[in-house]
Design a protein around this ligand. Sequence first.
Ligand code: NAD
Length: 312
Amino acid sequence: MKRVLITGAAGFLGSHLCDRFIAEGYRVVGMDNLLTGNIKNIEHLFPLPEFEYYHHDVSKFVHVPGELDYILHFASPASPIDYLKMPIQTLKVGSLGTHNLLGLAKEKKARILVASTSEVYGDPNVHPQPEEYWGNVNPVGPRGVYDEAKRFMESITMAYHNFHNVETRIIRIFNTYGPRMRLNDGRALPAFMSQALTGQDLTVFGDGSQTRSFCYVSDLVDGIYRLLLSDYHLPVNIGNPAEITLKEFAEEILELTGSKQKIIYQPLPKDDPKQRKPDITKAQELLGWAPKVDRKEGLKITYEYFKEAFNK
Ligand code: NAD
């Protein structure tokens, strides 16, 4: 059995990755310090002999006994309210944390995949964004702590590939949603759904004309799985190119939840990207990947999860 280390295992994406790798017959070592994660996301895996869990901050030296075939580095605050509250931890986990895990990959001769983000494109001047676009990021703006940590992550990963021949993979993840997102994590979808569930008006920032592209979590996980097993070391975008304005998105949530509330508008946060849509040509050609779950279906499943989480 192959053995994979997943950092950020108790988080939204990390926990779904643990499930997928267990289902594929791997031994999974989960690691997390619960900074933004929730142990409940992986509690169901604890009885399984093929699952181990380490409570550890990966910005400190990382040691894992035994062999490792793969490392998936997903530990990092990921939503703006988290990284604005924890700017130093965010910079550290993207820089020191990535350095530690690359060192571990070198020591174990393991292949490592790092979770980068569409935020490396900043507020993009090119639309949709292909991997060759270098981005438009404000390094000293509030979002810079996340965007630059991820840009550094990509650079050091390439350096380990080029200078130490470590097998590396870089994924640039676009907005992803699904069960196990936190209701209060501040991103548009959980914010809209929790507002609808509590009978509040839905808050849209700016005039709502800014766009996002939302990918359902099982599609993303499948893209990650394929990229890890591919032989391509340059960054690959994974996301759903179906683009929607935030105003339309809020309307879809009102319709789905049957809510009678209104949409209200508040000022746009600083450096908020105006548009976001992945060019997924590489993922299609190199990995044979394309998203399968359309937004209507994905939102229905996610709403069921939020309703249940809310009533607990
Ligand atoms: P999340 O907050 O749900 O999960 C992140 C996990 O990392 C949490 O469980 C947290 O406790 C853990 N963590 C944070 N710092 C740590 C540290 N120093 N040591 C150990 N564990 C630590 O976020 P998510 O949405 O699951 O995102 C996972 C990864 O994917 C992040 O690296 C994020 O940047 C990236 N990403 C996510 C999205 C998305 O749409 N969800 C988009 C782009 C990139």
